[in-house]
Design a protein around this ligand. Structure first.
Ligand code: ADP
Length: 549
């Protein structure tokens, strides 16, 4: 552990909460810059809205959401309109404070005019979302799924999904929301951190009973009832890929700002926690993405009122140890070297301990101080697993010698098979057409000019318009300036951070959509945007790398 930092470079840096060290020039860091900001409730909802505007059918797995306070009038108006057109519609909404977690501050309402809504949102921005009233129930209880996803690389995009996850159960039998039961958190919210305090919470060492189970045990049960589990998995994979496609543009802007291209810097990877709800018809719905999912493998047990003890949780252990073990296996820097050269097993051993140390350092600095000793145990356990395979020394491993690896058994042969399954680029051809905002972000980044910024100044915007030849007699440079000022001012008034002035990516995307609509009137939005992207890319390609003017 290196609580005060470490001068010697590491192969893998394991940070506890977020990417925060600008003095890393090599190796791999387990967090992406800007991930925490990108998956916040408001930012995620905005990114999903943009994608839904472009591809309404492909992005209908995220509940309709409104951002408060600025979209309160829109929320009220849209709900009224929907009720007018369908008087039998009796919706419920869930209000979630931005940046909240573990169910903190969440409540349900039946009507936009609910007094609490107008009272609290002025002080705390939030997302209000359509509440899924008919979730799939198991044992009459609502549950959600926590799936672990490894974003292995942003450019090129590489995504892995863990084959197993956790199912977290409510502790009161579910009833559809009524004014009487709206406040019953143990019935409506699946958060472990809330339900653990219910007298009905059941700790179980078995993967298929109790209040926390493996997702695979639920799948077994569904399969025995005749459900199409293959289709469910394929829907989940598609939800994960589409969600990450919605997040990558913003992440790329942060990435070039923190780790400028062409300068020495680390590469990044990150384990994300996807929270997914299954509807009665088995359709998966995305609830949220967690940048820093808990990797605890123990749970709290209340011995007597107010006295808690931490006991091992085999269910957590089964799922989480496999995720971390496989992440390290996939990110193993020696793997590539082993492929390229015939390094001896011994050389590998000399280098590997640095990874464990950095893993220790990261785990020890985890967000929740209380987690420290559990985390340490986790890392000890990891050591054990790694010892089993990767760290096996020639003396420990019978039959192993200092012969070239072709002669020795593969060090990974002793490990269980990978639980992380690659889904991108494996299924890229089914999803690549969705990556339009990525291409808009590439244009944005190109015109950012000075590296290290995330916002485009007025000159950068003008340069973009000029080089892509988008202004003409109907759209003067004065109109360009007005568009820039209008959109930028509005976005900056809604921004949570006011650190930098200028046009953020989402504002640029809005301006870009606006230009596309103006230029290609009759087409559907995604075709308008695609046409404008192709035009811009073509005009920029014609510059043959000449400096932008
Ligand atoms: P937090 O980050 O505070 O856990 P979530 O968005 O995960 O916030 O919501 C908390 C819980 O509320 C979820 O685990 C789920 O049980 C429930 N929930 C959230 N959104 C919805 C929704 N749209 N429909 C039904 N239940 C929801």
């Amino acid at each position: 552990q290196f609580p005060f930092g470490r001068r010697l470079p590491c192969d893998i840096y394991w940070h506890g909460v977020s990417f925060h060290d600008n003095n890393i020039f090599s190796g791999q860091v387990n967090k992406f810059p800007g991930m925490t900001e990108t998956v916040r409730k408001i930012t995620l909802s905005r990114a999903m809205r943009t994608m839904r505007d472009l591809f309404p059918l492909e992005y209908n797995f995220y509940p309709r959401s409104w951002i408060l306070p600025e979209e309160l009038p829109l929320f009220v108006a849209e709900v009224r309109m929907m009720k007018d057109s369908n008087p039998s519609w009796k919706p419920t909404f869930i209000v979630k404070p931005d940046g909240g977690c573990q169910g903190d501050g969440i409540y349900l309402i039946k009507d936009p005019s609910d007094i609490r809504l107008t009272g609290s949102i002025q002080s705390r921005p939030a997302v209000v979302q359509e509440y899924i009233c008919k979730p799939l129930l198991v044992d009459k209880l609502k549950f959600d799924i926590r799936l672990y996803v490894l974003l292995k690389s942003l450019e090129p995009l590489e995504i892995y999904i863990a084959k197993d996850g956790l199912s977290r159960f409510c502790t009161e039998p579910y009833q559809e929301p009524t004014l009487k039961n709206l406040h019953q958190v143990f019935m409506h919210l699946t958060n472990y951190s809330l339900n653990i305090h219910s007298g009905n919470f059941i700790h179980s060492d078995s993967a298929n009973t109790g209040s926390k189970r493996t997702f695979s045990s639920i799948l077994c049960r569904l399969s025995s009832r005749g459900a199409d589990v293959k289709k469910l998995w394929s829907d989940i994979i598609s939800l994960v890929i589409k969600t990450i496609i919605a997040l990558t543009p913003e992440l790329k802007v942060y990435y070039q700002s923190d780790i400028p291209a062409g300068k020495p810097g680390p590469t990044c990877f990150q384990i994300l926690g996807f929270d997914i709800l299954l509807m009665k018809d088995l359709k998966p719905v995305l609830l949220e993405v967690n940048a820093n999912p808990s990797m605890r493998i123990e749970h709290e047990q209340e011995l007597s009122p107010g006295v808690f003890e931490n006991v091992p949780s085999p269910v957590d252990e089964k799922v989480k140890v496999a995720v971390i073990r496989d992440t390290l296996r996939l990110m193993d820097p020696q793997k590539k070297k082993r492929k390229d050269t015939h390094l001896s097993f011994h050389t590998y051993l000399l280098i590997f301990p640095t990874q464990l140390q950095s893993l220790h350092a990261g785990i020890a600095s985890m967000k929740d101080k209380q987690h420290k000793h559990h985390s340490l145990k986790l890392s000890l356990k990891l050591k054990f697993y790694l010892k089993l395979g990767l760290c096996q020394s020639p003396e420990q491993a019978p039959g192993a010698s200092e012969e070239p690896p072709d002669a020795a058994p593969s060090p990974e042969a002793a490990l269980p098979s990978l639980c992380l399954k690659q889904v991108f680029p494996k299924y890229a051809r089914h999803f690549s057409y969705l990556r339009l905002v990525d291409r808009v972000a590439a244009l944005f980044i190109r015109f950012l000019g000075v590296k290290g910024t995330t916002k485009l100044g007025p000159t950068g915007f003008r340069t973009f318009i000029r080089n892509c030849k988008l202004s003409n007699s109907n759209f003067s440079m004065a109109a360009v300036d007005i568009l820039y000022i209008d959109i930028t001012r509005r976005w900056n008034s809604m921004a949570i951070d006011h650190k930098e002035s200028g046009m953020c990516l989402q504002a640029f995307v809005e301006a870009f959509f606006c230009l596309a609509q103006k230029k290609y009137k009759a087409l559907p939005l995604h075709k308008q945007v695609l046409s404008l992207i192709e035009l811009c890319e073509c005009r920029l390609a014609a510059l043959h790398g000449k400096r932008l003017v």
